[in-house]
Design a protein around this ligand. Structure first.
Ligand code: TRP
Length: 371
């Protein structure tokens, strides 16, 4: 039976087959020679690359070519501020902070308070307020405040709108419809919105008066937007933006990604230690229903949300990770201790993150772009 899964900018559900997604989306897989090259240029390899959590790209090799030829790129990523930040959002942001540090580059971060207003039952006041909450988490991931520029589309509207209009002129309705599946019932705000998300791919080039390569680290569900951006780039005389795509941190349940709109599946950066503990102790594991059976038959780390959390964030040492997976598989590792250990690690991580999040309040004003 073919398992059904859906990946669009607005919905991720089912068990995602990432190989199939690369084929469907027409992106490239990140190859081992490419990682070798990356390691040479950056001086080390981030564990998210080593583990192929970042697994797919468009033109990433071109970015490295330009960089080695002495041409710096800038980073662009973003967030749809529909709620508080989850651990899932932190995956690409932690990696983005690493890229920024290793390459010494500027980061433009778009908060789409307009997009979330258009597709959710929320007011603009709410989405903009969440943008500010989320921005604290962005900074807490270790972005360099001097090289990081965060903006909400609504507050940076004058600058954004001018570029968006210039992009929109080159995108037909039939293209947008084919890429995003818009229907007659779609509101026209969201039909125009892909032009808005494309703006930061080019804005730094417009402002500098010369072309600067753009690299977008983000989860793969955003790829449809970049198809539009890449189509319009040459028509406007810009470089096509390059991408590096990551997988989704699974939710705490048996299926699907961690989603802010399903609070039981998600750990928020604003959760208390008690909330974190409770959610993890209730998480889905790949283990047998009883201790006795688990000891006898062993479990399956590939479907175990607890194992996946170690893999994505909480055990960066490959040897130790292999031990945890082997314990789960052979049945020596039991669900209770497995969850309790993860809960400890997540609580420790979050205590540190929340401290940095508090500190970020002092620099936030300097980092936000407005017009
Ligand atoms: N549309 C994205 C979301 O809903 C937000 C976003 C805007 C974004 N620009 C981006 C995400 C660039 C990644 C990279 O989450």
């Amino acid at each position: 039976m073919v398992e059904k899964f859906v990946v669009t900018p607005w919905e991720v559900s089912g068990k995602v087959d990432y190989d199939k997604l690369v084929e469907q989306f027409g992106t490239q897989k990140i190859t081992d020679p490419m990682l070798k090259r990356m390691e040479k240029v950056a001086g080390e390899l981030h564990f998210m690359l080593r583990r192929k959590i970042f697994f797919s790209h468009r033109d990433f090799d071109w970015i490295l070519n330009r960089y080695e030829a002495g041409e710096k790129f800038f980073l662009y990523t973003g967030r749809g501020p529909s709620g508080h930040t989850t651990l899932g959002h932190l995956v690409p942001w932690i990696f983005t902070a690493w890229l920024q540090k290793k390459f010494g580059v500027e980061l433009y971060f778009q908060m789409t308070d307009d997009e979330k207003y258009l597709i959710k039952d929320m007011t603009t006041k709410q989405t903009t307020a969440f943008a500010y909450e989320n921005a604290l988490d962005v900074l807490a991931c270790g972005m360099d405040p001097k090289k990081t520029h965060i903006f909400t589309n609504l507050e940076y509207g004058k600058t954004i709108y001018k570029q968006a209009v210039e992009i929109a002129k080159h995108v037909t309705f039939s293209t947008a419809k084919a890429v995003f599946g818009f229907e007659n019932s779609s509101n026209i705000g969201i039909v125009f919105f892909p032009a808005v998300q494309a703006v930061p791919c080019f804005l730094p080039s417009v402002q500098a008066g010369r072309n600067i390569p753009c690299l977008i680290p983000a989860a793969i569900d955003q790829d449809p937007y970049w198809r539009i951006s890449r189509d319009t780039a040459p028509k406007m005389g810009f470089y096509k933006p390059a991408q590096i795509h990551c997988k989704f941190l699974p939710g705490l349940g048996p299926e699907g990604k961690m989603s802010a709109s399903d609070p039981a599946s998600a750990i928020f950066t604003t959760d208390t230690p008690q909330q974190i503990e409770k959610k993890i102790m209730n998480a889905f594991t790949g283990q047998q229903p009883t201790k006795e059976l688990q000891r006898k038959l062993g479990g399956n780390p590939d479907i175990c949300s607890v194992c996946q959390y170690y893999y994505f964030l909480f055990e960066q040492d490959d040897r130790k990770l292999a031990e945890i997976f082997a314990g789960e598989r052979s049945g020596t590792l039991l669900a209770g201790e497995h969850k309790a250990d993860l809960a400890e690690r997540v609580k420790r991580f979050m205590a540190e993150h929340q401290k940095r999040r508090e500190k970020a309040k002092k620099v936030l004003d300097k980092v936000m772009l407005k017009d």
